[in-house]
Design a binder for this molecule. Structure first.
Ligand SMILES: [Ca+2]
Ligand SMILES: [Ca+2]
Ligand SMILES: [Ca+2]
Length: 250
């Protein structure tokens, strides 16, 4: 994708090997690629999954959405975060343990180009109106690892993109033909409490309807309204109930 809109397609690589680093490259007029060193920081170590790009706020610059391990690794049920002796942990748990120390990143990332400033991380400023019926576990502080309570508020797990679970990757498309790109984050059944994803609950796919304005990112979780839970015998004729909040969590 051409994240700086200079006519030359650029390159972003999502690595995931024992804590891989996101790599961002700028196309130097078709002759070579230049690595954007902003992303050399530890903060960009993660378990990066799929990438998708598209102009999500209508300012004519494409954003980049990169899926990651997701917030459920911060669950109170993740024993990797409760073990004091780091030698007891599997190497894959290190990216999780390093996250609250701000030496890695486990939540999804939304990157947005600003002329003169480059490709910026706007993840924590991306508001999600979660479903009032199936919100992610980690929007609630009491589900969050007690060692790192301060992180819950600091990184806005309650109302931002940071609160969402594991995703294999995003797709962007205009689901209701209203002229803006919406997001479907493909979920998965989590692997259980194995010191990696650290939770017994699965990660549903999330249908996020775009309500953004230029420079201000806002999405509403409409997974249930779009009948996207792949659950045997799910009765969609009465679910979600008509009392379902249009704006997610109070
Ligand atoms: Ca470019
Ligand atoms: Ca944009
Ligand atoms: Ca749309």
């Amino acid at each position: 994708m051409d994240w700086n809109d200079d006519g030359w397609p650029d390159l972003i690589v999502a690595n995931d090997i024992g804590g891989g680093r996101l790599r961002v490259y700028e196309n130097m007029e078709g002759r070579s690629f230049k690595r954007v060193t902003t992303y050399d920081e530890h903060l960009w170590e993660g378990g990066w999954m799929g990438i998708q790009s598209g102009d999500l706020d209508g300012d004519r610059y494409d954003e980049v959405l990169v899926a990651n391990l997701g917030s459920q690794v911060m669950s109170i049920r993740n024993t990797a975060l409760l073990v004091d002796n780091g030698k007891e942990n599997h190497v894959q748990a290190l990216v999780v343990i390093n996250y609250p120390l701000e030496k890695s990143n486990i939540h999804h990332a939304l990157l947005s180009f600003k002329p003169g400033r480059g490709l910026e991380n706007v993840t924590s400023q991306t508001t999600i109106h979660h479903s009032s019926i199936i919100p992610p576990d980690m929007v609630y502080e009491k589900n969050f690892s007690p060692h790192y309570k301060e992180l819950h508020k600091k990184s806005n797990f309650k109302n931002s993109l940071n609160g969402l679970e594991f995703s294999w990757g995003p797709a962007v498309f205009d689901v209701e033909n209203d002229g803006d790109l919406d997001i479907y984050l493909a979920g998965s059944i989590s692997r259980g409490n194995d010191n990696f994803l650290g939770d017994w609950s699965g990660s549903p796919g999330r249908m996020l309807i775009n309500e953004s304005q230029p420079g201000s990112f806002l999405f509403a979780d409409k997974t249930l309204e779009y009948r996207l839970l792949d659950v045997t015998d799910m009765e969609y004729t009465t679910h979600p109930p008509t009392t379902c909040s249009r704006h997610g969590l109070a």
